[in-house]
Ligand binder design. Sequence first.
Ligand SMILES: [Zn+2]
Length: 489
Amino acid sequence: MNEQPSDSGHTDGAIQRPMSRRAWIGAAGAASGGALVSACAPGAEAPGEDASASIVPLGNRILLRGGSVLSMDPDVGDFDAADVLINGTTIEAVGPGLDASAEVLDASNMIVMPGFVDTHRHMWQGALRNILPNGLLSDYTRDITGAARRVFRPEDARVGDLVSALGAINAGVTTVLDWSHIGNSPDHTDAAISGLQEAGIRAVYAFGSGAGGAANTYPDDIRRLRAEWFASEDQLLTLALAGGLNAGAWALAREVGAPISVHVNGAGALLSMAGVMGPDVTYIHCVNLTEEEWRLVADSGGHVSIAAPIEMKMGHGIPPFQQALDHGIRPSLSVDVETEMPGDMFTQMRSALTLQRMQANARAGDPDQPALITVRDVIEFGTIAGARANALEDRIGTLSPGKEADVIMLRKDMINVLPVNNAYGAVVLGMDTSNVDTVFIRGELKKRGGQLVGVDLDRVGQMAADSRDYIVRNAGWPETLLGGYLPGH
Ligand SMILES: [Zn+2]
């Protein structure tokens, strides 16, 4: 079942050997078919290495000229038309008519804004997109975290993370918290991290448990992860703990300086954690929390991650936007699982907006009727609120001078939004992934002209299909695209 070499360190495990991105492009297409492990030769730099090496010949200073700029930073402001100056890995300046010697990218047909931030996604499932289109939570635990997870090889985790990360970048999601409960073994964990690294996304790797067994070393292995993969915080990948309501595991996370991300679905479950709750914890879903629990989250400075489409569809409960707002918490947004929902934030923002307004509108005439949230509010949820929850507020989430340059450019001249009459409205109500023209992560160009940079999509597709075939076969599911073989499929 494990076709990996036994040594799964950074350079000899899922990634066969270090190779520059340029070499990856050169090698792309050479490998096809066969065992995944032989098709996964592309390498990636260790995080933090080679951060300045762009595969696109842009200079060190890049001026995005004349876009509609939504900085999302109240101290900077938003602009009908302004420039954004990127210097190396950081944002140097934002404002109209910047005068700088720099390579100029015309942004006059673009909305320029911070990259979206997802605060909870199970990226190891990337090759299982839409495989459970009608599933409830019980179907998911039976088939995805049950049957499929048990047969996952390390390379399936790597491919899943790679595919999910590339899809995120393509959709303008520059940061994802990877809630990685595929810790079947340290090899699985290392492989998932390798997939993120290969994709070049900014990610919070939230180490989670996996299928049970002797090789499952959760949560203690987080000490090794800190030392081997996350010794530096100055890299695109940072460490967190994907935990349960377990004070011992939370203490371990704090020992290694990792923030904590936890699912909370039921009433009363949080009460036992009251003594250890803190501002380093993100609470996912939060449906059915009691008033006392909401006060504990708010008073401890905790963050909230709402996966509204999934919660509505799979039966978690009613997404608690209003409850979060009532307690002074600006919620972040999360995709959760691509087995049932797309990986973009346009879907998330529209869900948040419509759901909160449905709840507030239903209370018309009530003297305590809540305020209606706006399109700008949900862009904030999808950017800076996510950066806060992911403990990255000082680096990303707004277009602020000094922050790292995670910047996206969205096309205004497409038939789904032209002529743009309200920038926030166009982003939230009219746009989709097809509008995402350009993506920078830490100043590095990841998408340009609507195309991922340096990615051989045929090759990625073949790797994903091979992995999917293996998982489906070993989970005992029929090989069909028409579904219907089990409840939820
Ligand atoms: Zn989840």
